[in-house]
Ligand binder design. Sequence first.
Ligand code: GUN
Length: 283
Amino acid sequence: MAKVIDGKAISQMIKDEVKQKTEALKQEGIEICLAVIQVGNDPASTVYVGNKKKACAYTGIHSKSYELPEETTEEELLHLINMLNQDASVNGILVQLPLPAHINEDTVIQNISPDKDVDGFHPQSVGRLSIGQRGFLSCTPAGIIQLLKRSNIEIEGKECVVIGRSNIVGKPMAMLLLRENGTVTVCHSRTKNLKEICRRADILVAAVGKPKMIDSSYVKQDAVVIDVGVHRNENNKLCGDVDYDSVFPIAGYITPVPGGVGPMTIAMLMNNCLEAALMQNGK
Ligand code: GUN
């Protein structure tokens, strides 16, 4: 039977650590500020942005909100980003994705100053991660490393299998596990004998995007199973990429949905804002 990794409790610990350090910086006269930009009003994005602003309020980070209409042009958005890049009182810039179809996301991400790239999506942040330099880490995979470390799960020398190769989760997850000296395999939609490869994993990270696809037939006895997926099932209940009921009896550790990986993303965003302020102040 698996031990359940409590992402809610671990994310709370991280937010409390950020809050403490943010208060200490305030004593030195340094206030942390995150600019949050949303273009249009995609309902899911509105919920995410709301949760990010709430976490800022909790940790003592000032959030500046920019809610732009759907018709905003790429040029207007780039103009705002450029102003925020130059504004020394702003430490981090977050542009909520997805953007409307007429705006090129790559162009927008590349125009955020790498020093303020708290999402860790800028090519410079991605490059730094892959060559082992200090930089901003994509929040969800960075949160997964924290879940493992704070549950005393060793990564070094372990067979780690990541299912999914997105720029936001799969690829940075693989790089982070490699940095922790795991032996990493990345699987994707064209992978042959996926099940066989997954069954080798000591640590299995599922970021497939298919509800409950990973059942016990993909999992080795006592493996650590990390579920990045968030879906609504037929009864409107949240579920992940992992078939929890099937995997729970044989896994060593498992993350639930909700309450596993999800809350970690925002906690790590807060940590990246703190990192940004520290770096910009030469600390
Ligand atoms: N949309 C979905 N996840 C994310 C995220 O982590 N950051 C941003 N900026 N947009 C998202």
